[in-house]
Structure formats: structure tokens, C-alpha cells
Design a protein around this ligand. Structure first.
Ligand SMILES: [Zn+2]
Length: 472
């Protein structure tokens, strides 16, 4: 997402906005019979201890939803294909607010309890390590967004004629039971039934639509593994434009009818951005692209996989930013949220590079302009002393620090290792970690390998001190 505080990198002024977090308890490994033990209730992320779960790995989510926009009423069945990574006596899924009617594991009725955002499932029989298993959760209710002071509303958001979803970092559980942490990527099928005349857009590619008895069902498939926070639906009325990028990637752009004038610029801006980004970052990582402009103005846009959601009219910088995330964040995802600069610093730097190569200021000029701002500058603390870029804190992930100081870190690196190594590094990083999860330490190691330079001093100064770096 774009930062909450958006100083234009041309150092104009502020304007836009974007988008959160908690602590985990260790799982009591109360040994069940035969060495089967409960899966952990969290994925082990210090920023969001309850987010995600342990003991299994999801391969695919098949989500069948029936949604009535008039009453904001959701009736749904989630079929989850997973593999046990330990001998499991029980396991958790993350699900907020909605009511669970039944849970089946491998077709057999399972016991379940709710505890906060945890849906705790106890299968009739223990699940052996390495084995695949299916979970079917039937649930219903009135989906609601989560609200936090630092992000605003996220998760399932109602609009006058439908709804849409933007879930970073932990809002996926507002609409489907999931292993809600970027570590556990999976493919998705969505089958969404809505009143006839209402449309449904999503990640990936359309898989057909049918109408019967006053209702329409839309199928979408995301075939490339995706982090749960990037799963997206946009339900309502839309104008849709289709096309292809220069390299042949199908493009589907959609805008709400009251944003019709934005269709052409978003569609063309998307193609222009992807064409440029493929040259700089390497092959586009997914099977289609596009963008969706919802009909309400909200606080943020999000890089939902393959097709970002725009909550405000995006300029070309925002389009470049959200699409750069397709490489940095969506395809190459964080292993822990503390490394959020690997998403936001890179997407911000993509904007600076795009400007550099399209008649705007060079990334070096943008860096220099930020670096020379005096202590009286309103964002001075945000950049230099408020927090660490490489560990900003769960409630400060979407502040200026990971975005702008993160981008400056990359410019400092570029100057140190030279353009040739720097641009080779960007492509090597996206290629080596495609569909994967990464840490800052991995990026530092790859940068050192490609540049043949020792860079720990540079990264330490830029990412892990709360002072303005003077040497690096
Ligand atoms: Zn972003």
C-alpha cells in the first residue's frame, strides 16, 4: 500500500494515505496419545502472534460465497486442502466475527471451538505428519472490517452496492477461515453468487459466470500461490476494460460507474507500468494483471495479487507502486512482518526509478532532497529517529520510515555497489525468491554475493539505527 503520509518524492507536499498489529502465546504441547500434539495458534510472528497457525501448510482454498449486498449477509463454505507438518491432534484456523455452522475434516464431522480469532478444530482422528487433509468449514454472518488507528478500516468493507476486501496485514480472517500469515501461500478458487446485475472481480483469471433464478455466480482462479492478505473480492457494478501488456500478460481493469473517467488512465497506466517494470525487475510473476477502482474514496489502496484495489484516484506513481509490489511483496513475500521495508521500501524506490527514467528527478536527487531536509521538517523524526526501518514495530509498519528510509536504503546501496550490480541484484532477488518468503538477512547476503562487497555496515546504518546515517 502507499504510505499513510505521502510526501511526494518530488518533495511537493503531503496528501495521501495507506495502512497494523499484537503478541503470541506459546502453545502448550500437551501431548495427546501416540505423539499427536496441537498445532500452534500462531505462525510465530512477534508483530502478530495470533496471526497464522502452526502444524500444517495450506495448498488451496476453494471459497464458495453467497453474498447479499442489501443485507450485507454472507453464507459461505470454505474447502481447504492442506498437509500436516507434524502429527496433529488439533489445529487452528483464523476467523474473526463470523458464525461457524459445521467443520468437516476428511469428510468426517470435527469438533470445534472459538477463542478470539482462533477457530480450533479437533478432527475425529489425529492427522499424520506429511499427509494431505481436507477441511470444510460452513459459516455465515455479517462480515465487518477491522479498524485500527494506524490503518483505518480494513478487511471486508461494505459499499453502497456491494463490498470489497483489502486485508493487509490480518484482515483475511474477516471473510474466510485461513492460515492468515504470508508464510503460508496457497492457490485460490472463488465461486461467488450475488444478485443478478451485480458483478464480482477478484485475483487471477475469470473461470466463467452463470445466471440462474435471479442470481449470478462468478468463478475466479488465482493459480499462483498467494499470501492470504492479498486475497481480494470486489463486488458491485463495474465498467471493465481488457487488454494485454507488451509481453502478452492479460489485463483486466475495472472501475465503479461513478469513477468511469478513471478507467482509461488506470488501464493504460497499468500497461505502461508493467511494461517498464518487466524490464527493470524481470518477468511479471503472475498470469494476469489489472486494477480495480472502487466507487468509494477510502484511506488506502492495496497491492492485492495480480490486480490492485485503488481506494482513491491513483496517479501514475501510485500505479507504479502497487504494481511494483507484484514483485516485491506479492511474489517475494516477507517471512516476518518486521521486514515490511522489503515490500514498502522497494515499491517506493520503484516510484523514484520510474520518475528517473520518465523525465522526472533522478532517484539520487530524490534521495538528496530528503537527506538535506532540516531538523525542523515535519517528517524529520519519521525518517531518522522515530523507529528502525528494519523493525518499525507492529503499529508503525505503514509509517513513513519503511517507505522512504527504505527507499533511501536502496539508493545508498546503489551508490555503493554501482548500477550494474544493483540492477542485477533486483532481478536476481525477484527470480531467486519467486513465490517464496524472505528475510532482510537474505537480501543482504545476496547483495554481498553479487557485488563482492561487505555491506553489513551500510545495512546496519540504514535499517537498524535510529539516527541519521552519516557514513555507510
Ligand atoms: Zn506499498
Amino acid at each position: 500500500m502507499p504510505p499513510r503520509i505521502r510526501t511526494s518524492s518530488r518533495l511537493g507536499t503531503a496528501a495521501l494515505t495507506a495502512g497494523a498489529c499484537l503478541l503470541a502465546t506459546a502453545v502448550p504441547a500437551s501431548a495427546a496419545p501416540h505423539g499427536f500434539t496441537p498445532g500452534a495458534p500462531g505462525a510465530g510472528d512477534s508483530y502478530f502472534p495470533a496471526e497464522g497457525n502452526g502444524g500444517y501448510d495450506v495448498g488451496h482454498y476453494d471459497l464458495t460465497l453467497d453474498y447479499d449486498p442489501a443485507g450485507n449477509a454472507l453464507k459461505a463454505t470454505a474447502r481447504i486442502k492442506a498437509r500436516a507438518t507434524q502429527n496433529l491432534s488439533r489445529f487452528d484456523l483464523d476467523l474473526k466475527q463470523l458464525t461457524v455452522k459445521s467443520v468437516l475434516v476428511n469428510g468426517k464431522k470435527a469438533r470445534f471451538t472459538r477463542s478470539g480469532q482462533e477457530l480450533v478444530v479437533k478432527p475425529a482422528k489425529g492427522l499424520r505428519k506429511g499427509r494431505h487433509f481436507d477441511v470444510t468449514v460452513v459459516y455465515a454472518g455479517t462480515p465487518k472490517p477491522i479498524e485500527r488507528p494506524d490503518i483505518g478500516k480494513f478487511g471486508w468493507i461494505k459499499t453502497p452496492d456491494g463490498a470489497y476486501v483489502v486485508s493487509e496485514p490480518d484482515g483475511a480472517s474477516t471473510w474466510f477461515p485461513s492460515n492468515d500469515h504470508p508464510q503460508d501461500k496457497a492457490t485460490y478458487t472463488y465461486r461467488v453468487t450475488v444478485p443478478k446485475g451485480t458483478q464480482v472481480l477478484s485475483n487471477g483469471e475469470p473461470g466463467g459466470e452463470s445466471t440462474r433464478g435471479g442470481k449470478s455466480t462468478f468463478v475466479w482462479n488465482e493459480r499462483t500461490p498467494m499470501a492470504s492478505y492479498l486475497a481480494m473480492l470486489a463486488i458491485g457494478k463495474f465498467q471493465v476494460k481488457k487488454g494485454r501488456t507488451a509481453s502478452g500478460v492479460p489485463v483486466i481493469t475495472a472501475v465503479a460507474p461513478n469513477r468511469a473517467s478513471e478507467l482509461k488512465p488506470i488501464h493504460e497506466g497499468t500497461i505502461k507500468a508493467i511494461d517498464w517494470e518487466e524490464k527493470v525487475f524481470g518477468k511479471y510473476p503472475f498470469q494476469s494483471t489489472g486494477g480495480i477502482r472502487v466507487g468509494v474514496d477510502v484511506e488506502f489502496s492495496l497491492e492485492t495479487q495480480s490486480r490492485p484495489i485503488y481506494g482513491f484516484q491513483p496517479d501514475q506513481d501510485v500505479i507504479v507502486h502497487e504494481l511494483a509490489h507484484q514483485w516485491f511483496g506479492d511474489s517475494v513475500s516477507v517471512k516476518r512482518w518486521k521486514d515490511i521495508w522489503l515490500n514498502e521500501g522497494f515499491a517506493t524506490y520503484a516510484e523514484w526509478l520510474y520518475q528517473e527514467q520518465h523525465g522526472g528527478p533522478t532517484a539520487k536527487q530524490t534521495f538528496d532532497n530528503l537527506y538535506k531536509q532540516p531538523e525542523s521538517w515535519k517528517y524529520y523524526k519519521e525518517l531518522w529517529t522515530a523507529r528502525k526501518t528494519g523493525d518499525p514495530g507492529a503499529n508503525q509498519m505503514f509509517t513513513l520510515t519503511p517507505y522512504y528510509r527504505g527507499g533511501m536504503t536502496l539508493q545508498a546501496l546503489r551508490e555503493r555497489i554501482g548500477d550494474k550490480a544493483f540492477f542485477a541484484l533486483l532481478k536476481a532477488w525477484t527470480k531467486a525468491n519467486r513465490n517464496g518468503n524472505v528475510t532482510t538477512a537474505q537480501f543482504v547476503a545476496l547483495a554481498e554475493r553479487i557485488s563482492h562487497k561487505q555491506l553489513d555496515g551500510l545495512f546496519n546504518a540504514w535499517l537498524y539505527t535510529q539516527t541519521k546515517p552519516t557514513t555507510w
